[in-house]
Design a protein around this ligand. Structure first.
Ligand code: AMP
Ligand code: MG
Length: 302
């Protein structure tokens, strides 16, 4: 039976999807303050509550079926709400079935390998949901905005020639094709924050003692490269959104909306997998019956 909820969710997320091969201009094509007709924060919270329940329901089946793995790739500029989104969206799922990996500046050991190495090591197992808080897409974002980072990657001269970014897009697309062939479902989410909302959130981090720890001078410096980032992000979205692994640009100026947007995209992916509890064969059923008889025979005599 087709799930009516799936149709609603697919319609809800359609405006966020990046068309494969599209020429994206982030500021022109996607509005960080869009609310998709959800008027009040309170309505949004109710939607999120239902979304969290659905995630839990599907995650259990995904684990039981043990065939597909879901990889959620979460990208955003600083203060867009990646951590809060993960915390809220995943709040209802069994922690055994979810793993979160945050990627920082690569270590010496990581730099001593190919650039996809550290991400490949942290892929979720079949049946699991893995979340990449930042991802291999940093290799065409922060590294592109700061090309001196390439110098730390110990690449042979030939690998630096020509259009290295185009080549990386192709390599990433090839890798994702391989992963989807292997049974991974990729859920790629970009949380789209406006420059003004980032300014407000940075200020809140300075003004609120409980938020001081979140403020980093490095983040504030990155803000100086805002336009260069917007360009790199736009180009990346167009070049690496594919039929198998499309990007979704989620409006992030309202935290509550970013959370329902992200939840909806993940739920849609799970609904596409449509995981089922394994069916028990006749032989196994006999075993179960035998076990039941044995247990019943052990009942204390009253
Ligand atoms: P945060 O996510 O705020 O803890 O910051 C992690 C930092 O690591 C950010 O400043 C990223 O730009 C940086 N980072 C993540 N991946 C890479 C990478 N592949 N190369 C260089 N820097 C990275
Ligand atoms: Mg940070």
């Amino acid at each position: 039976m087709p799930d009516i909820r799936h149709k609603q969710i697919a319609e809800f997320i359609a405006p966020f999807r990046v068309k494969p091969g599209a020429r994206v201009v982030l500021s022109r094509d996607f509005d960080p303050a869009f609310k998709a007709g959800v008027r009040k924060k309170k309505d949004g919270e109710e939607l999120l509550r239902r979304g969290v329940e659905m995630l839990s329901e599907f995650q259990e089946k995904l684990a039981a079926q043990d065939t597909y793995g879901v990889l959620v790739v979460l990208q955003a500029l600083d203060a867009a709400g990646k951590d809060g989104t993960i915390r809220h969206v995943m709040s209802g799922v069994n922690p055994q079935g979810v793993e979160v990996h945050s990627f920082k500046v690569p270590s010496a050991e990581e730099l001593d390998h190919d650039y996809l190495w550290r991400y490949a090591q942290r892929l979720p197992a079949r049946g699991d949901i893995g979340i990449f808080n930042r991802s291999y897409y940093e290799e065409v974002l922060v590294v592109r905005v700061h090309p001196e980072l390439l110098d730390t990657q110990q690449l042979p001269k030939a690998s630096r020639r020509g259009d290295i970014w185009k080549r990386r897009y192709r390599e990433i697309n090839d890798w994702e094709r391989y992963l989807t062939d292997q049974g991974y479902r990729l859920v790629k989410i970009f949380l789209n924050l406006s420059k003004e909302e980032q300014r407000r959130r940075f200020l809140a981090r300075l003004d609120t003692p409980e938020k001081n720890w979140k403020f980093s001078a490095a983040d504030a410096r990155e803000r100086g490269s805002w336009d260069t980032y917007q360009k790199a992000i736009s180009e990346m979205l167009g070049a690496t959104s594919t039929e198998r692994a499309p990007w979704h640009v989620i409006p992030a100026d309202r935290k509550w909306f970013a959370r329902i947007g992200a939840a909806a995209v993940i739920i849609d992916a799970l609904m596409c997998i449509d995981p089922r509890f394994p069916r028990i064969g006749a032989e196994q059923r006999q075993d179960l019956e035998a076990a039941r008889l044995a247990l019943e025979a052990e009942a204390p005599v009253s």
